[in-house]
Design a protein around this ligand. Sequence first.
Ligand SMILES: NC(=O)c1ccc[n+]([C@@H]2O[C@H](COP(=O)([O-])OP(=O)(O)OC[C@H]3O[C@@H](n4cnc5c(N)ncnc54)[C@H](OP(=O)(O)O)[C@@H]3O)[C@@H](O)[C@H]2O)c1
Length: 342
Amino acid sequence: MKAIHIPSYAADPSTLSPSELPTPTPKGDEYLVRITHCSPQHADILHAQGKHQNNNAKRGWCFPPFVLGYDFAGVVHSLPSSASAELKKGDRVFGAAIGAFAEFVCVKGSAIRKIPDGLSNETACAMSGQAVSYASVVHIAKVQPGEIVMVSGASGGLGSVCCMVAKAVGAKVIALAGDEEKAGSMRQNMDVDAVILMKEGTDWMKKVMNFTNGTGVDVVLDNTGMVDDAIKCLAYFGRIVILGFAARKGIMEAVHMNKLLLKSITVIGYRFGESGRRFPDELQRIWNGYLGMLQDGRLKPLLYGRYDGLEDVGRALGDLAARKVSGKIVVKVAGEEEVARL
Ligand SMILES: NC(=O)c1ccc[n+]([C@@H]2O[C@H](COP(=O)([O-])OP(=O)(O)OC[C@H]3O[C@@H](n4cnc5c(N)ncnc54)[C@H](OP(=O)(O)O)[C@@H]3O)[C@@H](O)[C@H]2O)c1
């Protein structure tokens, strides 16, 4: 099969191209999935470079040699003997597993879900990693109708869906944009109440405070690593959910704790994957709610560009690293004819 193989960490993931590898053989409890689509994300860049917390000797993920990739959609090619009654050969599935930038991937049943009728593989792939956004709004921040929610990295995969979910639960949403062009495209394509361009200095914060009539926002969903700035924009008793550090280039912030006390602020870190492994019943509730919003059309992926074949994964990672992307990239892995036959 073709796959994006990482024999050693790659300083510039935009240069990656597919190699020929043996099709993987599933272990006793694994499904073999023929991948039709994959969706590169920020974490894939860090995985490829060896800069992610999962490139960790104790946990042992993503050590060269490995196949890159995480979010995918595809079709069940073979089943383990212990297969659940819910999945059969030929079912369309989506999920996340290291090794998804390939034509085939081996996964445990817990890593895949059936694609609901009415959703295409492309849509499912684009949304496969975004249950974290739903969970952060509904289960972690517990956003209430009428609250004001500010989202950093709002053009990104997680951020764009954070905005959609917050709107769906009746909040007012301020989306933060990194540059003029993205701000323009967000104003056109996203249903939010304000798009504010984050520029050097504090002018953008004044715009946030003006939007809230000087009170500050109730909730910040932070995808980029901006807790100090978030505190300045928050109302008394405000909440911050820390989702990611896309802007920090691996250097974490130091925050003065007295600033939290002065505004009675709650900061919550949220690690979706680990939380799901520890609390599977809660994970199921999250997926039920998330899929419900997807199926009734309240959540729709914001697709970016056109990427055809595993040959385009390097370009996709380059575009992500260059911050060109608004929404989600989906790379078509299987050709139209094959998808039609699957
Ligand atoms: N908590 C969890 O369980 C969990 C799960 C998955 C991912 N994550 C993390 O969440 C973060 C967001 O993930 P994502 O998949 O949404 O990423 P993404 O699609 O690449 O989006 C990140 C957004 O951050 C903004 N950004 C600001 N400075 C940036 C910089 N220097 N480099 C790149 N982007 C920058 C970009 O918007 P502008 O250019 O408009 O500023 C971009 O749209 C990542 O740190 C990821 O590792 C966390």
